[in-house]
Design a binder for this molecule. Structure first.
Ligand code: NAP
Length: 331
């Protein structure tokens, strides 16, 4: 497979990184099984494609995604901007903790698995509403002083939290779901990040697989697949969503673009401070995602995309009532 490196860059933690990062959640099997070798090949493809920003979290595969990245880094010593996250604790029952002892233990575990003495970016994965965000920033500021993390990120937070946090200590990145069918960040988060000079990291830009050339089949979802219980992938919503998105697939096909690449290109087109992180298990699909780097929309394309997929077109919420717990809600 010939891999042409991406050319676009985006700012992250005071440096310029490839405009499309790699989300490594899928190495943990959330959207179907995979192998260590396939994940390692995916990381090598990311390197060849100039996708030097890797996004992971302690909780992805309960450390497995980090372990695989650690193994790959030991083998290759590749220069990457590495981001990991802490704050979600699944045992004994799902909880969100931001106290220093919990977050420090998580960070130490992540560094061990990654084989690093620091990460460039460390996110609070979900806010713990029992602790003022100013105190959490104080904890993370200590980690910076200790040289364990380079910069601070927040995930799934409200604009008011971003402002309070940033006033206490600079925030480098905010991460939330953002794609053609999830537009909520446009209601304040993107504007706040832009005003404060914070990079916005767009997760699930392929809509957890819906913006592929062919639709994921519910019957192929393995046990534990996140989408099994996700409202947008449950009937009758799923059929309605497929019917709408089929028009976008045709539009992409007619222009010679893969649907996934066009969906990622759409996030890139929303601002040069937006950094999408598609997730995939395979080098092949990653190379396909990288094609987004070469897509340039005309104004006619933008109008047509807005007609085919108008804001709010999706049937069903992006999370179920269980999946949304911990996400800061503000509108
Ligand atoms: N902060 C948070 O709370 C949070 C939440 C979710 C995700 N994230 C981060 O965001 C990253 C991306 O999220 P995501 O994995 O949901 O993103 P996504 O890329 O929107 O969805 C992944 C799904 O799309 C499929 N896919 C990706 N590229 C494709 C292509 N070119 N052609 C066909 N299918 C394709 C994948 O299947 P294949 O594996 O078969 O390619 C997988 O099923 C995660 O890895 C994680 O790092 C963060």
């Amino acid at each position: 497979m010939t891999l042409t490196p991406i050319t676009m860059k985006r700012p992250l933690c005071g440096r310029q990184v490839g405009a499309i990062g790699l989300g490594c959640m899928s190495f943990g099997g959330i959207y179907g099984s995979t192998t260590r070798d396939e994940s390692l090949a995916c990381l090598s493809a990311a390197h060849d494609l100039g996708m030097d920003h890797l996004d992971v979290a302690e909780i992805y595969g309960m450390g497995l995604s980090e372990e695989i990245i650690g193994e790959w880094l030991r083998r290759t010593n590749a220069p990457v901007t590495l981001a990991t996250k802490a704050g979600i604790y699944p045992h004994p029952s799902r909880d969100f903790r931001n106290d220093e002892a919990s977050v420090r233990a998580s960070l130490e575990g992540s560094l061990k698995r990654l084989g690093r003495d620091h990460v460039e970016l460390f996110y609070i994965h979900r806010r713990d509403q029992r602790i003022p965000v100013e105190d959490v920033m104080g904890t993370l500021g200590k980690f910076i002083d200790e040289g364990k993390i380079g910069a601070i990120g927040l995930s799934e937070v409200a604009p008011s939290t971003i402002r309070r946090a940033h006033a206490a200590h600079p925030v480098a990145a905010v991460q939330s779901e953002y794609s053609l069918w999830t537009r909520q960040p446009e209601l304040g988060v993107l504007q706040t990040c832009r005003e404060l000079g914070i990079t916005f990291v767009a997760f699930s830009p392929v809509g957890r697989g819906i913006f592929a050339d062919s639709f994921p089949k519910r019957e192929d979802f393995p046990e534990g697949d996140f989408r099994t219980a996700n409202p947008r992938f449950m009937e009758p919503n799923y059929a309605a969503n497929r019917a709408i998105i089929a028009g976008f697939q045709d539009f992409c096909r007619a222009r010679g673009w893969s649907t996934a690449a066009a969906a990622i290109a759409w996030t890139l087109d929303q601002g040069d401070d937006i950094l999408p992180i598609p997730g995939t298990r395979t080098a092949k699909n990653l190379a396909d995602c990288a094609q987004a780097d070469r897509i340039r929309f005309t104004d006619e394309d933008r109008t047509e995309i807005a007609r085919l997929l108008p804001v709010g077109f999706a049937h069903g919420d992006r999370y179920s009532d269980v999946q949304i717990v911990g996400v800061e809600r503000y509108c």
